[in-house]
Design a protein around this ligand. Structure first.
Ligand SMILES: Nc1ncnc2c1ncn2[C@@H]1O[C@H](COP(=O)(O)OP(=O)(O)OP(=O)(O)O)[C@@H](O)[C@H]1O
Length: 375
């Protein structure tokens, strides 16, 4: 299997809508009157761009994908695939005429057809020989040339998924739609299949939208991520923008563990037990929700005779494989229970309980929100 380098895609704001793989404008959808599950979704997926729809269960991401696919007609809004209008209140182009490829978790292969016949099945308007050639080409692209004449039941889950990908790519769609395609695979296989899928899709250069509820998977696959909650896109951007600059407490929490505590703004700043933080636009006296990623905390041994400004007492240390998690208590002014914080450090680092360590932090991974929006 040929592995192509992954090249950056142009920034989506500069994408010509006529050249975009998908443009969805002000999409609304309700299965029951007055209960919208998609509520004003607007997005563009540029040529060759990989966009993940990410969000918690029930936030409307699958419905958004189904609307792009033509498996659902939107109640309001417009959908364009490769420059052609495929849905608006007066237009509805069915899925098979939208030039889209699908890969779903349960998108089963036909058991009575060989791998090659499965892939050739959806090809139209070409001779038998051409269909066979095309099927062979895409099967070679996904590394399945050696299995063309076998039946799907003899293949592993990962191999079946590769055939599913080849079948979806065979008609050279302008847009690929993937709905949690790896969730049926066990973890090790999933990592491998998703890596292969990413490289194949990038080599093909097809615009892709994938639904996932797993932020790590989204960051692994995507050029851009549309984070959804309650039927709306609450933040859209690159993985770095979402992880390092979450605009809301919801986004900060969704992308990974955060240490959280409330603090009051005094003199335009937050004078927290970890150090002084910028209060942003929060007024004096306002309550802030402070969120600190565990990997933002830096732990160092205290040298004899030194007196660091922030000291944490180790409560427990746990090895998690690639990293270690240290539970700490940091004193708060005036005594009391102390702040219970988790620090994530690379590799094996297991300081014993009660050891005292200097605590520093990387302020690019510390976020401050108005407490009334966060809780
Ligand atoms: N065919 C349907 N009829 C009625 N309600 C539906 C239908 N499909 C989905 N829903 C509801 O619409 C809401 C959004 O569902 P959707 O599947 O789009 O969300 P999701 O973010 O993909 O969630 P999940 O990850 O759990 O699939 C949910 O409350 C769901 O119960």
């Amino acid at each position: 299997m040929k592995i192509a380098p992954i090249r950056p895609v142009p920034f989506r704001d500069k994408v010509d809508p006529d050249k975009a793989g998908l443009v969805m404008t002000e999409i609304r959808h309700a299965y029951e009157a007055d209960k919208p599950v998609v509520d004003g979704v607007t997005l563009t997926v540029g040529p060759g761009e990989f966009l993940c729809l990410l969000g918690p269960s029930g936030c409307g991401k699958t419905t958004t994908l189904r609307i792009a696919a033509g498996l659902e007609a939107p109640t309001e809004g417009e959908v364009r695939v490769a420059g052609l209008k495929v849905a608006d209140p007066r237009t509805f182009v069915p899925p098979e005429r939208r030039n889209v490829g699908f890969l779903f978790q349960d998108y089963a292969l036909f058991p009575h057809l060989t791998v090659e016949e499965n892939v050739a099945f959806g090809l139209e308007g070409m001779s038998r020989k051409k269909k066979q050639e095309r099927a062979r080409d895409v099967l070679s692209q996904v590394g399945m040339s050696d299995y063309m004449q076998v039946y799907p039941h003899t293949l592993s889950g990962g191999q079946q998924q590769r055939v599913g990908l080849a079948r979806a790519l065979a008609p050279a769609p302008k847009l690929m739609l993937l709905d949690e395609p790896f969730s049926g695979l066990d973890r090790r296989l999933r990592d491998q299949v998703r890596d292969e899928t990413l490289h194949v899709l990038k080599e093909t250069g097809v615009a892709t939208v994938m639904v996932t509820h797993d932020p790590e998977e989204a960051m692994f696959m995507a050029d851009s991520i549309a984070l959804m909650n309650g039927g709306r896109i609450v933040q859209m951007g690159t993985p770095v923008e979402l992880y390092c600059y979450p605009k809301t407490a919801f986004a900060a929490r969704f992308f990974g563990e955060v240490n959280e505590f409330r603090w009051t703004v005094r003199g335009g700043a937050l004078d927290t037990p970890l150090g002084t933080l910028d209060a942003g636009t929060l007024a004096d006296g306002a309550k802030a929700a402070v969120m600190v990623r565990p990997e933002a905390l830096k732990l160092t041994a205290i040298e004899d005779g030194s007196s660091p400004s922030v000291v944490g007492r180790v409560l427990a240390s746990r090895m998690l494989g690639r990293s270690s998690l240290v539970h700490l208590s940091v004193d708060v002014p005036g005594g009391g229970a102390g702040l219970h914080l988790h620090a994530r450090v690379p590799g094996r680092y297991l300081p014993p309980p009660d050891e005292r360590l200097e605590v520093g932090f990387d302020d690019s991974l510390v976020f401050v929100y108005p407490a009334d929006e966060a809780y």
